[in-house]
Design a protein around this ligand. Structure first.
Ligand SMILES: CC(C)(COP(=O)(O)OP(=O)(O)OC[C@H]1O[C@@H](n2cnc3c(N)ncnc32)[C@H](O)[C@@H]1OP(=O)(O)O)[C@@H](O)C(=O)NCCC(=O)NCCS
Length: 176
């Protein structure tokens, strides 16, 4: 497994990747139409991520083809929430069940720690047991439910909110 941080040169390949995975799963925020960004907009997004201190987009590749993608997004422009990053990830279907999701999530957690983030959070569709199991295995805890967050082909689905503290037990948040 080869992981790297994306650059704007990855824009075209990422647009195709998101269309592919969007068509393979109902558990993402988009379908086969992908992210709905032009190449130029994707380049801009990647350029800003590349230059952001506490945000990133990781690509995992096999033979130079994108197999999985994960991101950490931190709103450093908002001082009161810049200690926590939101993560998202996807794996191309033909690589499911081979440890990629776990390896990618480890990279994202490591990035969060190295960026001095105190916590990571995410939202996962309530009927996505594979992803929920993965997050629980990596230490995430469910803390809430966003009712009817997803609407897919006329059906509504809840979103489970999950959270992982990155600080060690000596300096836990809420203890000064
Ligand atoms: C969810 C997803 C990221 C998991 O990635 P993956 O590479 O298949 O997962 P891994 O092989 O690394 O498995 C890691 C853990 O996830 C859980 N898991 C993975 N597939 C599972 C399945 N079919 N059933 C139950 N648990 C599963 C297990 O706990 C597994 O750990 P284990 O192998 O030690 O039992 C991947 O299936 C995916 O991209 N799905 C579509 C998009 C998506 O759901 N993204 C998440 C949005 S929040």
């Amino acid at each position: 497994m080869q992981f790297k941080e994306a650059t704007k040169n990855d824009a075209a390949a990422l647009i195709e990747y998101f269309k592919l995975v969007g068509g393979e799963s109902d558990n993402l925020l988009f379908g086969p139409e992908g992210m709905g960004l032009t190449t130029e907009q994707m380049e801009e997004m990647l350029f800003s991520l590349e230059n952001a201190k506490k945000s990133t987009l990781f690509i995992g590749s096999v033979d130079s083809v994108i197999a999985c993608v994960g991101s950490v997004r931190t709103n450093t422009g908002r001082a009161h929430m810049s200690h926590q990053g939101e993560i998202a990830l996807s794996v191309q279907k033909k690589y499911w069940g081979q440890g990629w999701g776990k390896a990618l999530l480890k990279e994202l957690i490591q990035f969060g720690k190295a960026s001095d983030l105190k916590a990571l959070h995410l939202g996962v569709k309530a009927d996505n047991p594979s992803a929920i199991r993965l997050y629980e295995k990596m230490g995430f805890t469910a803390y809430g439910n966003h009712p009817n967050f997803f609407k897919i082909e006329g059906k509504y689905f809840h979103k489970i909110l999950m959270y992982l503290e990155l600080e060690d037990s000596k300096t836990r948040m809420g203890e000064g």
